[in-house]
Design a protein around this ligand. Structure first.
Ligand SMILES: [Mn+2]
Length: 271
């Protein structure tokens, strides 16, 4: 045994919706997760940093630094890290193709799994406008769909300049509890449709804070969930198999903070 915790190694990890800078971010759980999970490549699938919250009032406790440091350290040690911005961290969207601290920024990518299957990886807020106007757009067809997405990008930029918050699909869907399930279903269907348009087998996204892996009309729809409530991530095994991991406990805290009191789990000893 070494003095480091035993980490599981994956080919790829997908993490989204951490919302660093908002009080709801579960940095303690994420830090613990990152301690136990290594990968050749880590995709940060948007809303990692909550730029809107930070603009309203600066909130950056040590836990946020720890997460950033942990990721940068992984990058230094050879993990390829790709940051795909979401709507909350869209300030990074102005820098596609750039690198900072060994982290690449990309708007969207097509990732090939170990078994050769291709997945579109993007945050997903691009489709909010389509979800809201699904029936109308379905009727009007492809050009209207493309136009709607373009208009959404412009509107978001205008709202940002006016200091207005981005229209958040997930927040809105939660308000409409009765309809939330329908809208989540609609979002999933539209994102799966985008994957089909890109001639890929699946899609991995975030945004709606609803982790799931399911088949939607022959497209593998995968959502990474979030680190605000559910504490979930998607892992790709060495053979290309995908797994949804829920990290709802903290395994490493006992050794690190040396909390007094009885310790019942002696499995992860740092010898
Ligand atoms: Mn989002």
């Amino acid at each position: 045994m070494t003095d480091t915790v035993q980490a599981k190694h994956f080919r790829t990890l997908f993490i989204s919706d951490v919302h660093l800078g908002s009080k709801a971010a579960r940095t303690d759980y994420l830090l613990d997760f990152l301690r136990y999970h290594e990968a050749d490549t880590i995709f940060l699938v948007g809303d990692i940093i909550d730029g809107w919250r930070l603009k309203r009032s600066w909130y950056w406790p040590q836990g946020c630094n720890d997460v950033v440091q942990k990721l940068l350290r992984k990058a230094r040690k050879g993990t390829r890290i790709v940051y795909i911005p979401g709507n909350h961290d869209e300030f990074l969207r102005s820098f596609p193709g750039t690198h900072f601290g060994g982290i690449e920024v990309a708007d969207r990518v097509i990732h090939e799994m170990a078994d050769g299957k291709k997945y579109l990886v993007l945050h997903g807020d691009q489709f909010d406008v389509v979800v809201r106007n699904a029936r109308l757009l379905a009727y009007l067809g492809d050009w209207a769909y493309d136009a709607a997405i373009a208009i959404n990008v412009v509107l978001a930029a205008v709202r940002r300049r006016l200091g207005m918050p981005y229209w958040s699909f997930s927040a809105w869907a939660k308000l409409q509890v009765k309809h939330a399930v329908n809208f989540i279903g609609e979002f999933q269907r539209i994102v799966a449709e985008e994957a089909r348009r890109n001639n890929v087998e699946g899609v991995i996204c975030g945004h709606i804070h609803h982790a799931v892996m399911e088949d939607i009309d022959g497209i593998h729809y995968v959502n990474t969930g979030d680190w605000v409530e559910s504490c979930t991530a998607i892992a790709e095994h060495e053979d290309g198999r995908l797994e949804l991991i829920t990290w709802g406990h903290i395994a490493a805290t006992a050794e690190i903070t040396l909390l007094p009191g009885p310790m019942t789990s002696g499995k992860m000893q740092a010898a």
